[in-house]
Design a protein around this ligand. Structure first.
Ligand SMILES: CC(=O)[C@@H](O)[C@H](O)COP(=O)(O)O
Ligand SMILES: NCC(=O)COP(=O)(O)O
Length: 252
């Protein structure tokens, strides 16, 4: 199965929020991403609404329902009451739970399943009862996959931050790839599907899917929007789709 691409729109919302204007349009950029072939849209609405707002998530639900009913909305965040209410209201096809502190600049680690597993299992059960797919943000550590699976989750999203940060260090990159491949293999053996995300780029994505072919879906925002400044949104999404299939277009 090819690795699917979910386009994270947080950066579009961040840019929009610089001024009291409705542009760039988060929905408009989501529409371009889906028309170009993305399988879904991701948002990570943080409590301070510094980028995606609850209203954006509702507008994206309406976009998918009205124009792209075969695509998915993936809502990521820390599972407090506000987040879980929003994920239910917008009927997110996939809910990705992330252990973020509200003060965090961005996500930088996965769950500690030994510590939080029992609490997470209860939340996972509630989401599954609503027929929502659940994914848990996880460090690329094969030893944690058994405790992740014990929560009852459908998937884990492997945190690719260390892999993304290793772009100028081939040995560190190799180590990060090995960690990701081992974690994905263990997760698959335990019956979990595997997503991945954070700091993925066109060149590192093509290498990742070649080494870790089990990855069902990647969610990408930051680098994709950086590239869109050069190539435009439609062409950029197509470049990431090509990378999902193992082809890395030149970064010229
Ligand atoms: C869980 C994850 O890796 C992404 O959702 C990332 O946290 C994006 O969030 P920001 O756009 O707030 O950096
Ligand atoms: N889950 C990762 C995500 O949605 C996007 O992360 P990034 O590409 O903005 O680092």
């Amino acid at each position: 199965m090819p690795t699917l691409l979910s386009v994270n729109l947080n950066v579009a919302a961040l840019l929009r929020n610089r001024r009291d204007h409705p542009w760039p349009s988060v929905v408009g950029l989501g529409r371009i991403a889906l028309a170009a072939g993305a399988a879904g849209l991701t948002v990570h609405p943080r409590p301070d609404e510094r980028h995606t707002r609850a209203s954006d998530v509702q507008d994206l639900r309406a976009l998918i329902d009205s124009e792209f009913p075969d695509r998915e909305l993936n809502v990521e965040g820390y599972p407090d009451a506000r987040f879980l209410d929003l994920a239910a209201t917008v009927r997110a096809e996939q809910v990705t739970l992330v252990p973020d502190d509200p003060a965090q600049a961005t996500s930088d680690h996965g769950w500690d399943f030994a510590k939080d597993g029992v609490w997470l299992a209860d939340i996972v059960g509630g989401l599954k009862a609503r027929r929502q797919r659940v994914s848990l943000f996880a460090d690329p550590d094969a030893r944690q996959m058994e405790a992740a699976a014990a929560t009852g989750t459908h998937r884990v999203e492997l945190y690719t931050g260390p892999y993304g940060a290793a772009h100028s260090d081939p040995a560190a990159c190799e180590r990060a790839l090995t960690d990701l491949a081992q974690a994905a293999t263990e997760a698959t053996l335990l019956g979990l599907a595997v997503n991945a995300g954070h700091d993925l780029t066109v060149p590192n994505l093509a290498v990742l899917v070649a080494h870790v072919p089990q990855i069902a879906e990647v969610s990408i925002g930051h680098a994709l929007f950086c590239d869109a400044l050069t190539y435009g949104m439609d062409a950029t999404v197509r470049r990431y789709l090509a990378a999902c299939n193992g082809t890395a277009p030149d970064q010229t």
